[in-house]
Ligand binder design. Structure first.
Ligand SMILES: CC(C)(COP(=O)(O)OP(=O)(O)OC[C@H]1O[C@@H](n2cnc3c(N)ncnc32)[C@H](O)[C@@H]1OP(=O)(O)O)[C@@H](O)C(=O)NCCC(=O)NCCSC(=O)C[C@H](O)C(=O)O
Ligand SMILES: [Mg+2]
Length: 280
């Protein structure tokens, strides 16, 4: 059973108060950010604060550290700092292709890699990035992507759709986790809900967030609903009964249920179970 990644909260590693607060927040995962959320003159202090934070217990929350790109003046120091820290994954920003992951993979043996998908080249190389043997997950960087594309932010995210779709296809083809980008207006619950629903409909595993206020809506949208759980159970039962009667197809609520629907139903129940276990 895979870990849930419904809500994945960024927090500036230069902010010890936020990192401490995160230990009690209902986020499935946390991204400790050494990159864009940390000002250039606070990078060194952020590494020290990060080490102190990661010495604490984050319970079941997956701990992901976002380093600066190795092409920057901070990347090499970030890598050295990460080598000694307890974490579940390292997130590499501005990945253009699989070669950008190789040096990180070499410097941090045994640590799963995640890739920020936020440049036009990353969209074009998404399949090769997803195929990297050390890659566990992808995170859409929709702010940087919008900047690179020169596109406008729209509620329907039409200008993003090609990039989102290419990355989704790549992640799914290689069995990687894939997370949607952030919603910047962190006090706009309705806007957030609409974007979460869109991401969930498309097949994203969860959404990255910038503020604790966004957790409740995101956790709810990316969790299987009671109606979905009930349908999944009934599909499994209907198909079992059909099989007992020598049939390969069941009909439930006027719709067919085949083997593949049962697979989907089982995965949904597994996800619901994993989420329930997080709460214990
Ligand atoms: C957006 C913020 C700057 C807002 O900060 P602030 O005005 O201080 O918020 P509040 O006063 O409402 O905060 C209330 C309490 O919540 C805590 N808090 C706030 N944000 C976080 C957080 N992210 N994680 C944990 N805790 C948080 C505050 O400390 C307050 O607590 P207390 O003092 O006890 O009351 C701020 O939310 C923020 O900095 N958010 C993160 C921004 C960030 O990480 N940006 C970089 C990632 S986004 C990105 O780069 C995407 C990608 O690369 C792309 O290209 O798209
Ligand atoms: Mg970015």
């Amino acid at each position: 059973m895979t870990r849930p990644f419904r809500s994945v909260l960024y927090m500036p590693a230069a902010n010890p108060r936020a990192m401490d607060k995160a230990r009690g927040l209902p986020a499935d995962a946390i991204i400790f950010d050494l990159e864009d959320a940390v000002a250039p003159d606070a990078k060194a202090q952020a590494r020290t604060a990060l080490a102190e934070a990661l010495a604490q217990d984050y319970g079941p929350r997956t701990r992901i550290v976002r380093i600066n790109a190795l092409s920057t003046e901070w990347g090499a120091d970030d890598l050295r700092a990460c080598a000694d820290l307890p974490m579940d994954a390292v997130l590499v920003p501005k990945v253009d292709g699989p070669a950008d992951l190789d040096r990180v993979a070499e410097a941090l043996p045994g640590i799963p890699l995640w890739a920020m998908m936020e440049t036009p080249l990353a969209m074009l190389n998404a399949a090769a990035i997803a195929a990297h043997p050390r890659l566990e997950g992808m995170v859409m960087g929709t702010n940087d992507l919008a900047k690179e594309l020169g596109c406008r932010f729209r509620a329907d995210r039409l200008p993003m759709m090609t990039g989102l779709g290419l990355c989704l296809l790549a992640a799914k083809a290689h069995g990687r986790v894939i997370l949607d980008g952030v919603f910047n207006a962190f006090r706009d619950d309705d806007g957030l809900r609409a974007e979460c629903e869109q991401g969930r409909d498309m097949g994203f595993d969860g959404k990255t967030l910038i503020h604790p206020l966004q957790l409740e809506v995101t956790n709810a949208v990316f969790a299987p609903s009671e109606a979905e759980i009930d349908l999944a159970r009934r599909q499994i039962e209907a198909f079992r009964e059909a099989q007992d009667q020598g049939r390969g197809v069941a009909v439930l609520d006027g719709r067919i249920v085949e083997n593949l629907h049962v697979d989907t139903a089982r995965k949904l129940l597994d996800r619901a179970q994993a989420i329930a276990e997080l709460a214990q």
